[in-house]
Design a protein around this ligand. Structure first.
Ligand SMILES: Cc1ncc(COP(=O)(O)O)c(C=O)c1O
Length: 385
C-alpha cells in the first residue's frame, strides 16, 4: 500500500491545468464568448456525419488495423501526392492516429532518448515539451520575435550541438498565424544536411492558409522529407476537433519506429470515422475551400475591431489572430485575459502561456473559427476598449 503522498514523484513538475481549460471554464462561468480554445462552433458537414453513421450501421465498430484502414491510408497517399508531389507508400509510410497530438507524442517518443536535445521555437503549441521531457529529452528554446515571428535561422544553427536529435516546426503556426516560406525551408535544409537530426513538422493547419499563400509542406524539399514526420489533423480540416483523428506520413524507417509507439499508446483509431474519411477525402472540394472560408472569418473579426486600439498583423494561416494591446493597457497578458472574460465577456488566451518563461509581449490570441454572428458580437465588445 502507498503510505505517503510523496510516493509519486511527478515526471512533469512544470505541468498544471492548461490555459485552455482555465480560460474555457472561466468563459463558461461568466457566460463569455469563448474565443480562447481553438475549436469551431459551427456544424460538421452533414455528409460526413451521415457517412460515419452509415459505417457504424454497416458494422465497422471493432478495432481497425493498427496503422489505420487501408482505404484511408490510400486516399491520404493520393492526397499527399496531389498536393506535394511525393508518393508515400500507404502500407509502410502512413499511419492513422488519434489526433495530431498522438502523432506528435509518438514521433517524439520514437526518436528522443535521455539527454537528447530538441529545438523548439516559441511561442509553441503546448504538447511538444511535455512529450520531450517524458522521454528524458532537453528542450532547447528559440524565441520568435513579434510581430512577424520569423525564424532566425542563424540563431537556430548556433543552437545545434552534437546532442541535437530533433527539430520541431509548425506551419501554419499556432499561436501566431505565421507560415514558413520557401526560403525558410531552404535554410532549414542547409542546417540539417549531413546531420542525423530528425524533424517533426506539425502541419495540422495545412489547409487553413490565406491571402493566396501556398502551404510550404516540408514534404516538398527532399533533404527535409527524408528525415521528417509530417503530422496532419482531420479534426482541424473538417471542423471536428472532438473526433481526435489525424495521421503521420514519414519515410519507412521512421514509420517503423513511429508505429511501435502508436501501437502501445492507442493501438488503433476510431474505426467508423476512418471508413467515412476514406470516402469524404476523395473529394478535394471538401478541403480546398478552407482558405476562402476561414479568410472571410478572419476578416470579419479584424473588421469588427478595426477602430479599436489593438495592433495586429493579419493572421497568414491557422484559425488564430493575435492582437497586441500595448496601446490599451500595461496589465500582464494573463490578468487582462481574465479581466476581459469577466468584464466584457470575451475569452482569449494570453500569449505568455506559449513560452516556457512566460514571456509577456502584451498579446492575446483569439480563435476565429466561430460563426459570423459570434465574431461580430465579440468584435463589438473588444472595439470598445
Ligand atoms: C499546432 C497544433 N498542433 C497539434 C494540435 C493537435 O491536433 P489534434 O486536435 O488533432 O490532436 C493542435 C490543436 O490545437 C495544434 O494547434
Amino acid at each position: 500500500m502507498i503510505t505517503s503522498k510523496s510516493a509519486i514523484i511527478t515526471k512533469l513538475p512544470n505541468v498544471g491545468t492548461t490555459i485552455f481549460t482555465v480560460m474555457s471554464s472561466l468563459a463558461n462561468e461568466y457566460n463569455a464568448i469563448n474565443l480562447s480554445q481553438g475549436f469551431p462552433n459551427f456544424p460538421v458537414s452533414d455528409e460526413l456525419i451521415s457517412l460515419v453513421n452509415q459505417n457504424m450501421k454497416k458494422g465497422y465498430n471493432q478495432y481497425a488495423p493498427m496503422m489505420g484502414i487501408k482505404e484511408l491510408r490510400e486516399v491520404i497517399s493520393e492526397k499527399t501526392y496531389n498536393l506535394y508531389n511525393v508518393k508515400y507508400n500507404p502500407d509502410s509510410e502512413i499511419t492513422v492516429t488519434s489526433g495530431g497530438t498522438e502523432a506528435i507524442f509518438d514521433a517524439i517518443t520514437a526518436v528522443v532518448k535521455t539527454n537528447d536535445e530538441v529545438i523548439v521555437f516559441e511561442p509553441a503549441y503546448d504538447c511538444y515539451v511535455p512529450a520531450i521531457e517524458l522521454n528524458g529529452g532537453i528542450p532547447v528554446y528559440i524565441s520568435l520575435k513579434y510581430p512577424d515571428y520569423k525564424i532566425d535561422w542563424n540563431e537556430a544553427k548556433n543552437k545545434i550541438t552534437p546532442k541535437t536529435k530533433l527539430i520541431i516546426v509548425n506551419t501554419p503556426h499556432n499561436p501566431t498565424g505565421a507560415v514558413l516560406d520557401e526560403n525558410d525551408l531552404k535554410q532549414l535544409a542547409n542546417i540539417v544536411q549531413n546531420t542525423n537530426i530528425f524533424i517533426i513538422s506539425d502541419e495540422v493547419y495545412e489547409h487553413i492558409i490565406f491571402d493566396g499563400l501556398k502551404h510550404n509542406s516540408l514534404i516538398t524539399v527532399p533533404e527535409l522529407q527524408q528525415r521528417s514526420f509530417i503530422v496532419s489533423s482531420f479534426g482541424k480540416t473538417f471542423h471536428a476537433t472532438g473526433w481526435k483523428t489525424g495521421y503521420c506520413v514519414a519515410p519507412k524507417e521512421l514509420t517503423v519506429e513511429f508505429r511501435k509507439i502508436h501501437q502501445f499508446v492507442t493501438f488503433s483509431t476510431f474505426t467508423p470515422l476512418q471508413y467515412a474519411l476514406a470516402d469524404f477525402l476523395k473529394n478535394p472540394a471538401n478541403y480546398n475551400g478552407l482558405p476562402k472560408f476561414y479568410k472571410k472569418k478572419r476578416n470579419i473579426f479584424l473588421n469588427s475591431i478595426k477602430k479599436s486600439k489593438f495592433i495586429f498583423v493579419p493572421s497568414k494561416g491557422s484559425y488564430f489572430q493575435n492582437l497586441c494591446y500595448s496601446e490599451i493597457s500595461d496589465e500582464p497578458d494573463y490578468d487582462l485575459a481574465i479581466r476581459l472574460t469577466k468584464e466584457i465577456g470575451v475569452a482569449s488566451v494570453p500569449l505568455s502561456a506559449f513560452y516556457h518563461d512566460k514571456k509577456d509581449e502584451k498579446i492575446l490570441r483569439f480563435c476565429f473559427a466561430k460563426d459570423d454572428e459570434t465574431l461580430n458580437r465579440a468584435g463589438e465588445r473588444l472595439a470598445k476598449l
